[in-house]
Ligand binder design. Structure first.
Ligand code: HEC
Length: 261
């Protein structure tokens, strides 16, 4: 059984590499793979693409947007994947602005994509589509804050004199996802977290919080010092600046607790 699993995993990774290679061959000349969401927002909403001068929507934009707008994003994943790939394939052959799904503020920066009829086959588009479908989640996972398990975090907090930050989230929570994609991936935020915190992420729809803690909303951010004292339990999704301020407050709270000891 293990061997079959291994072979399946290998095939899957070859498959993904194939999609990536084909994307690079046929699409990369115009579609940049990844630009962080906040930079994209600034570029398109405030500067009409004069900051980044992109030639087309980025792959992470396409991946996110197509999956959000086509079919039922919360329904069966394989059906959804097929629907997204079908849309993408037909768009590439017959680009049509009336059908496009990106925001107007993005699209106004671009001329219509040239059709790739005769340049790329249906089979190739199938593989590019698979790559596109998984891209956004993969890249967010790769680039975002690295979370620990709670027990390990507690040991590390003691050893490294840091604060534990628990993100109470759930799989289906839209604002959790939004924060993961926009804030937890920002270099300044990652740096601030790595310097003073040990991040733990807990899906409260399937797991209990430690220390008998409760979270009313997702996401909530719970800060705990190395002695196990709760410094704050703050519900809500935050923008970058507000979240950085929140981290700073947690640090101050830990300091004043320490001073009282
Ligand atoms: C010559 C440049 C160029 C190439 C090559 C290219 N694209 Fe595009 N593509 C664009 C531009 C510009 C847009 C935005 C304007 C539009 O939708 O026509 C776009 C839009 C799209 C959209 C629609 C976005 C929406 O909002 O619905 C999809 C899907 C897409 N491209 C997929 C691909 C794929 C897949 C490939 C490779 C097989 C590819 N493109 C190759 C320039 C390109």
């Amino acid at each position: 059984m293990k061997i079959i699993g291994l072979i399946a995993a290998m095939l899957l990774s070859v498959w993904a590499d194939e999609g990536k290679m084909l994307f690079e061959k046929h699409c990369l000349s115009c579609h940049t793979p990844f630009v962080p969401m906040l930079e994209l927002k600034e570029n398109f909403a405030d500067h009409n693409n004069t900051l980044l001068k992109l030639k087309a929507p980025t792959l992470n934009q396409l991946s996110y947007r197509l999956k959000q707008r086509i079919g039922d994003p919360k329904g069966d994943k394989e059906i959804h994947r097929m629907e997204v790939i079908a849309f993408m394939s037909s768009y590439v052959m017959n680009p049509d602005r009336d059908k496009s799904l990106c925001l107007d503020e993005v699209m106004r920066a671009f001329d219509t994509m040239p059709s790739l009829k005769g340049k790329v086959s249906e089979e190739e588009l199938e593989e590019i589509g698979t790559y596109l479908y998984d891209f956004d989640e993969e890249i967010v996972k790769q680039k975002s804050v690295k979370f620990e398990g709670f027990e390990k975090a507690l040991q590390r907090a003691k050893k490294e004199d840091k604060i534990i930050m628990i993100e109470a989230m759930s799989r289906t929570c839209h604002f959790c996802r939004k924060m993961e994609r926009e804030v937890m991936i920002d270099t300044e935020v990652i740096r601030a977290i790595e310097r003073d915190f040990i991040p733990v992420s807990i899906d409260i729809s399937t797991h209990a919080l430690p220390l008998g803690l409760k979270a009313e909303l997702t996401p909530s951010f719970i800060f705990i010092d190395k002695y196990g004292n709760v410094l704050g339990n703050i519900p809500g999704a935050w923008g970058k600046q507000d979240f950085l301020a929140l981290l700073k407050e947690a640090k101050e709270a830990a300091k004043s607790k320490k001073a009282k000891k």
